[in-house]
Design a protein around this ligand. Structure first.
Ligand SMILES: Cc1ncc(C[n+]2csc(CCOP(=O)(O)OP(=O)(O)O)c2C)c(N)n1
Length: 659
């Protein structure tokens, strides 16, 4: 405790050196040290940004923490990419810590996902630990009021997950006081989650904290059920080095907190037993030396800046049999279903969940039908309407070694889960310098057809493609979907599979070719390889994907031999070379999308094509997409008016060819 406090004071005394924003545990030490001491190497923990005492108690050296404080190259957590006390680690002999973001409360879903993963592995006999792991999720009281926290708590009690939620309540959320933010504290709030055991403790009293954490951890380790520990603590430091306490706290408030300082209390407790002065002197020497070494440690090499956006994927070549002799045709929805079935029969660590994908319905498009019967309800199951949990939990599942496949029911409903995708999943690999890539496969039915209406027909690819650190597939036929699904599953990174509902059954006129001979179970199609659907020696290129492929084919039929169609199949990574070489050959190009056009992926790619192919172009690079409306209208005539059609594409192609 004294070491932690000395570190905090050292940082404060050296503000010009400690220039990156940081928070310290000053005031919170007792409960954090108790928690850190009691965790075992088999456990999992998400410390929050104020948990440096917990880190010390788990055995991390002051210097290790200081390397991150100063954003140094040797910072083992993030290589100088993230703030103080944003750890991540898989160190032998210590609990596993997945990537920690700065977003308050957002770690609660991924951390609950870890407990879900532990439970799955344990029940499936796949856990490689003789001890029963527990998961600890640490957070401040100000974060408990966030919506996503309730999704996680609900899931934890529903499934009886082995997790301890440790809420450190200092009654402040920066300058927002407890009275301003809530009518109940975390302990009272937890009472609403049936089955969540609760413990209230004075988190500034080390003995009481130790006993509380010990009983919480013992309970979770044996009962395999969740518990919430509500620890009251004073806040003795600043909110962060950048948001100073004197800006928003009164002298009376601060004095009240100081009167509950855990350090003098612990000293009093140990007065007869230890030579406290000696311990303190040693701590001061250690902190000073560590600080000096950390200060003198080199900054990260500039060349590291682009590293670890993704973990390397083992799938780089197209392999297996795409068109088996004597094979039969399959519609896209069944190709997807069969791909998942084949994956799940080979990988016992794979699970599938989402709304309505369980036994009763097997997906609202029957895209998961029969899977629960085949693999059991523990591997294929329904969730509540919790897109944040469905997406965000996969970060935790992946961290413990489960391979999740999840589904968002309609593309329009990605948004409640979007935060987890951006905040937690996309950044995990980069900010943990490759230690925690998130292996997740997120299936999302997408697109419009025949009166699907608003909220059920939207496209989201441009929004997704603004996120760095995820991959996005958008296949247009059954064989591609099946092959890409396999590659996506084997990819150690987050992959989103956009599955066009209008192509699922080839019922939309002109989309029969979305049905293909079903590839063999060994067929794998790597991400990032486009397909030349029709070739031409003169004329123009249409670059498209998804439903656009069928509009393009219908239009191309009117200009035989003059239109080369490239189906991108994957939007990130993108087969730019295939596109550029086609456009350089033909000199004219249309980028066609189902999305509203302005500021879309299509527009941005068109600009890149213009730049890369400028000297070969005989016309501007055209784009065609939907009208810029906020939603796809329900009425089918209006829908048709909004979206591209084969006729609209034909007109555009004529104009380009005549240019
Ligand atoms: C989602 C999100 N919104 C806002 C912030 C900015 N912010 C950082 S810390 C903080 C207060 C958090 O309070 P609490 O959870 O009680 O933790 P404490 O800092 O008091 O220990 C806020 C609003 C953030 N990091 N994340």
């Amino acid at each position: 405790m004294f070491t932690a406090r000395t570190m905090s004071e050292k940082y404060e005394a050296n503000r010009s050196i400690c220039k990156y924003v940081h928070s310290t545990s000053a005031g919170h030490e007792a409960i954090q040290i108790a928690a850190g001491m009691l965790l075992k190497a088999c456990d999992y923990v998400s410390p929050y940004y104020r948990d440096d005492s917990m880190m010390l108690a788990m055995g991390y050296a002051p210097k290790t923490l200081m390397l991150q404080l100063l954003a140094k190259g040797d910072d083992p957590f993030s290589g100088g990419r993230s703030y103080y006390c944003h750890p991540s680690g898989r160190q032998p002999g210590k609990p596993t810590i997945p990537h920690q973001s700065s977003a308050t409360g957002m770690q609660v879903i991924p951390t609950t996902g870890m407990a879900q993963g532990v439970q799955y592995l344990e029940n499936a006999g796949l856990l490689d630990s003789t001890d029963k792991p527990v998961v600890l999720c640490s957070l401040g009281d100000g974060s408990v009021t966030e919506g996503e926290v309730s999704e996680a708590l609900q899931f934890a009690v529903l499934k009886n997950l082995p997790i301890i939620y440790l809420v450190q309540d200092n009654e402040w959320g920066i300058s927002v006081s407890a009275e301003e933010a809530r009518v109940m504290d975390a302990f009272e709030y937890a009472a609403g989650f049936k089955g969540l055991e609760r413990i209230r403790v004075d988190g500034s009293d080390f003995e009481a904290s130790y006993h509380a954490m010990e009983s919480a951890i013992r309970y979770v380790r044996s009962a395999r059920k969740p518990v919430l520990v509500h620890a009251t603590t004073p806040l003795l430091g600043h909110h962060t080095s950048g948001v100073r306490k004197e800006w928003y706290r009164t002298a009376e408030d601060y004095a009240k907190h100081v009167s509950r300082d855990p350090l003098p209390r612990l000293k009093q407790l140990l007065a007869d037993q230890s030579d406290i002065r000696l311990i303190e002197e040693e701590a001061i020497i250690e902190v000073n030396e560590a600080f000096e070494e950390a200060v003198n440690s080199p900054d990260p090499a500039i060349s590291t800046v682009k590293g670890h956006v993704f973990a390397p994927t083992p799938v780089t070549e197209e392999t297996g049999t795409r068109t088996p002799a004597g094979g039969s045709k399959v519609v896209m929805v069944d190709a997807a279903l069969h791909a998942i079935e084949e994956i799940m029969s080979v990988y016992p660590e794979s699970i599938l969940f989402g709304q309505d994908v369980g036994r009763r319905l097997g997906g609202v498009f029957r895209e998961a039908a029969t899977l629960a019967e085949k693999f059991g309800d523990h591997r294929v199951f329904n969730t509540a309407i919790q897109e944040a949990y469905i997406i965000g939990s996969t970060a935790g599942l992946s961290a413990v070694g489960v391979k999740p496949i999840v589904e968002v029911q309609f593309a329009d409903y990605i948004y409640p889960g979007f935060n987890q995708l951006v905040t937690e999943i996309s950044k995990s690999c980069y900010l943990s310098v490759g230690k925690f890539p998130v292996q997740t496969l997120i299936r999302i039915p997408i697109g419009a057809y025949g009166g699907g209406g608003p909220y059920h027909s939207g496209c989201i690819e441009s929004t997704l493609l603004t996120i760095k650190g995820i991959k996005v597939c958008y296949p247009s036929n059954a064989a591609d979907l099946k092959g890409l699904m396999k590659a996506a599953f084997l990819d150690p990174n987050p992959v989103i599979m956009l599955e066009h509902k209008g192509l699922y059954w080839s019922k939309v006129p002109g989309t029969l070719e979305a049905m293909t001979i079903e590839p063999s179970s060994d067929y794998i199609l790597p991400l990032g390889k486009g397909n030349t659907v029709t070739s031409a020696d003169e004329g123009m290129t249409i670059v498209t994907y998804g439903m656009g492929v069928y509009w393009a084919k219908a239009a191309a039929a009117k200009f035989p031999g003059r239109v080369e169609i490239i189906d991108l199949r994957t939007l990130y990574p993108l087969d730019e070379e295939l596109v550029f070489s086609s456009v350089r050959k033909l000199g004219k190009c249309l980028v066609l999308t189902e999305e509203q056009l302005t500021n879309s992926f299509a527009e941005s790619f068109a600009a890149r094509i213009s730049k890369a192919c400028f000297r070969w172009l005989d016309a501007p690079v055209y784009t065609l997409g939907a009208l810029d409306l906020p939603a796809v209208p329900l009425n089918m005539t209006l829908e048709k008016e909004m979206l591209p059609t084969a006729d609209k594409v034909t007109e555009c192609v004529r104009e380009i060819l005549e240019f």
